[in-house]
Ligand binder design. Structure first.
Ligand code: ATP
Length: 196
């Protein structure tokens, strides 16, 4: 089974494109969703509270995402610290997940920071979803309750579009000009072939 990574900047459309792959029968491991769940893992929760205080979780025990985002997206050291807690656990969960699909030609691992975290090195191939910065900002402003400045701050913690394009094996252009479905189907046909 080929392990294919799929990444792209914030708002590039990774998730929506993964949903189409799922319709084609391809299992997708959503690394960012898995990471979100891990904030409730006992050891992670204890470490985070010790470092950032009780306010990081609400009285009901829910992660205070806005508070955490304020801390980590404006301070690369804090982002690095939190990633170093979460990423090894996501890696373990991914390995277990892969075991279930050994018989398939390929599966996808969706992660926003696949390149930045070096996780791409464990992938057989990487797809990047590409869209211009302005389009991405507009999509996120529509989807989430974030300001342009907040989105740009998150973008500044990610690789640039050029860096991702230079490193990827395949590109899906989701730029409102090219049709996306034919690109997905063409890539699927390449990836279901047995050889690497
Ligand atoms: P993030 O890294 O923030 O999770 P993402 O790369 O997973 O973002 P999506 O959530 O798939 O991006 O897409 C961002 C928003 O843009 C969503 O609301 C999605 O529905 C919308 N979107 C994505 N692609 C298109 C498109 N081609 N046309 C219209 N809307 C789109």
């Amino acid at each position: 089974m080929k392990r294919i990574g799929i990444t792209g900047g914030i708002g590039s459309g990774k998730t929506i494109i993964c949903k189409v792959f799922e319709l084609l029968g391809v299992p997708v491991f959503y690394a960012d969703d898995e990471a979100k769940k891990l904030y409730y893992h006992k050891d992670v929760k204890d470490t985070i509270i010790k470092k950032y205080g009780n306010e990081i979780y609400t009285a009901e025990g829910k992660l205070n995402r806005e508070y955490l985002a304020q801390i980590i997206f404006s301070n690369p050291q804090e982002l690095k610290f939190v990633n170093s807690l979460i990423h090894p656990l996501v890696g373990e969960a991914y390995m277990q997940w892969c075991e279930k699909y050994k018989y398939l030609p390929y599966t996808l691992k969706e992660a926003a920071i696949l390149f930045e975290s070096s996780a791409y090195k464990e992938m057989d191939k990487v797809i990047t979803v590409s869209a211009p910065k302005e389009i991405r900002i507009n999509r996120i402003m529509k989807r989430d309750n974030l300001t342009r400045a907040q989105i740009e701050e998150r973008m500044n913690n990610q690789w640039t579009e050029e860096e991702r394009l230079a490193k990827a094996d395949f590109v899906i252009y989701n730029n409102d000009e090219q049709l996306v479905l034919p690109q997905i189907i063409e890539l699927h046909q390449i990836l279901i072939l047995k050889e690497k």
